[in-house]
Design a protein around this ligand. Structure first.
Ligand SMILES: Nc1ncnc2c1ncn2[C@@H]1O[C@H](COP(=O)(O)OP(=O)(O)O)[C@@H](O)[C@H]1O
Ligand SMILES: [Mg+2]
Length: 394
């Protein structure tokens, strides 16, 4: 059903009248974008008469590029040749005069049919393609508060927005996932929606799970209520990540602080393990135990990158102390800054808000480590059941 963009209430009611309660009415073009990002099945956008023409034209041109299946119907107080010409050049499909109920209905129907056709053709084309072969990176720390979620979200945005890559962030912190709140996304769909697809997941199904951030970053969000997480199995995680890898250049996995079955499933298919730590003894102890576990489970040390977060915090251990415990140099040092929690509270990742910030620049170096990472890392973990069961689970 259409999305109607119209700031004026009575005009909005008039436009929505023919769709009963099915139309989705919003006031700004930005809100239309959010709606399109949230629901890939939205095919028609009606731009009402009170929306300024230039904005409407820019919007239509941009959506023709990034959502070619979405059709725009422009409603104007007066329809003249100049408006028609400009609108058509921008890719607006239909221009109809305000208060012409039948014309609006007909235009929407035609528009919807064209959109369906484009969408079907796109899917048919997409289906047989061998797809991408993206990289999977897992962030893990045995101690909470090391910055997994902050790093996962900032890294996702940095790779999607700055590097222009197709990136998906999966929130595997199934009980207490913070990705949605950190990015201000509404969890209309979550990983729980993958449960009925188990064993027969395809790209279309996986696409339907995604919630998009305004930067283009795709996310698979954690369940809304912690109880739902019990429905998610390890094999489902393996299947999901395998599918995502075919559609995205980089798949980032945020995790809880335990080496759960889900986390191990992700570690198994990952190309790189990003291990954030902060310079405190408890966090270091957690990292030491994690490294021993990962060794025991047969994951290659070359797959690991150490991220020393809040490296310069007052009274923290020195970088040398940390590296001694880890037995390897930190790949990236990230500075401590009050701007980080402030950005979390605002719901805007710091790399987006302030790309020149020292923290954002450090995230850029993590992005480099991820995109340039060592090829030998692939196929990191070919571990038998025996080894896993012997090592137990965290
Ligand atoms: N570099 C940093 N400087 C200041 N605060 C930070 C930094 N990194 C993370 N934090 C803060 O630490 C807290 C824990 O971070 P979070 O990413 O949620 O950790 P985790 O997901 O590993 O539990 C958050 O309040 C976050 O804002
Ligand atoms: Mg977290």
């Amino acid at each position: 059903m259409p999305v109607i963009c119209e700031p004026d209430d009575s005009a909005a009611r008039r436009l929505a009248a023919g769709f009963r309660e099915h139309a989705h009415v919003v006031r700004t073009l930005r809100a239309v974008d959010e709606r399109l990002a949230a629901d890939p099945e939205e095919l028609v956008v009606i731009i009402g008469p009170s929306v300024e023409l230039t904005g409407a034209i820019t919007f239509a041109a941009a959506r023709r590029a990034d959502h070619p299946h979405v059709g725009v119907v422009l409603v104007r107080e007066r329809v003249d040749v100049a408006v028609m010409g400009e609108a058509m050049r921008a890719g607006v499909r239909e221009v109809v005069p305000d208060r012409d109920f039948q014309a609006l209905m007909d235009a929407c129907r035609r528009c919807w049919e064209v959109s369906r056709g484009i969408q079907r053709a796109g899917r048919a084309e997409a289906a047989p393609s061998p797809g991408r072969d993206g990289r999977i990176v897992v962030l893990f720390a045995a101690k909470g508060g090391c910055g997994k979620t902050v790093l996962a979200t900032n890294l996702g945005v940095a790779l999607a927005e700055r590097e222009g890559l197709q990136v998906c962030l999966v929130d595997l912190d199934l009980a207490f996932g913070d990705v949605a709140i950190t990015l201000r996304l509404s969890p209309q769909r979550t990983i729980v929606h993958a449960v009925p697809m188990a064993g027969r997941m395809d790209e279309t199904g996986v696409q339907s799970l995604l919630v998009r951030h305004e930067t283009g970053l795709a996310t698979v969000l954690a369940p809304v209520s912690p109880g739902e997480s019990e429905q998610i199995s390890g094999p489902l995680v393996t299947e999901l990540l395998g599918m995502l890898k075919r559609s995205f250049d980089v798949v980032i996995v945020d995790t809880p602080s335990q080496l759960s079955e889900h986390v191990l499933a992700a570690m198994d298919v990952a190309d790189r393990h990003l291990l954030p730590v902060v310079p405190e003894v408890t966090a270091l102890k957690g990292l030491r135990v994690t490294l021993d576990m990962l060794d025991l489970l047969g994951y290659p040390a070359g797959a690991r990158s150490f991220l020393l977060n809040r490296a310069d915090i007052k009274a923290g251990l020195s970088v040398a102390d940390v590296e001694k415990v880890v037995g390897a140099p930190a790949t990236v040092l990230l500075p401590h800054s009050q701007d980080v929690p402030a950005s979390v509270n605002r719901g805007v990742p710091l790399v987006r808000q302030d790309p020149g910030h020292a923290f954002s620049q450090a995230v850029g170096r993590v992005a480099l480590a991820v995109t340039e990472g060592n090829e030998a890392v692939r196929g990191a973990a070919r571990r038998g059941f025996f080894r896993r069961s012997k090592a137990g689970r965290g």
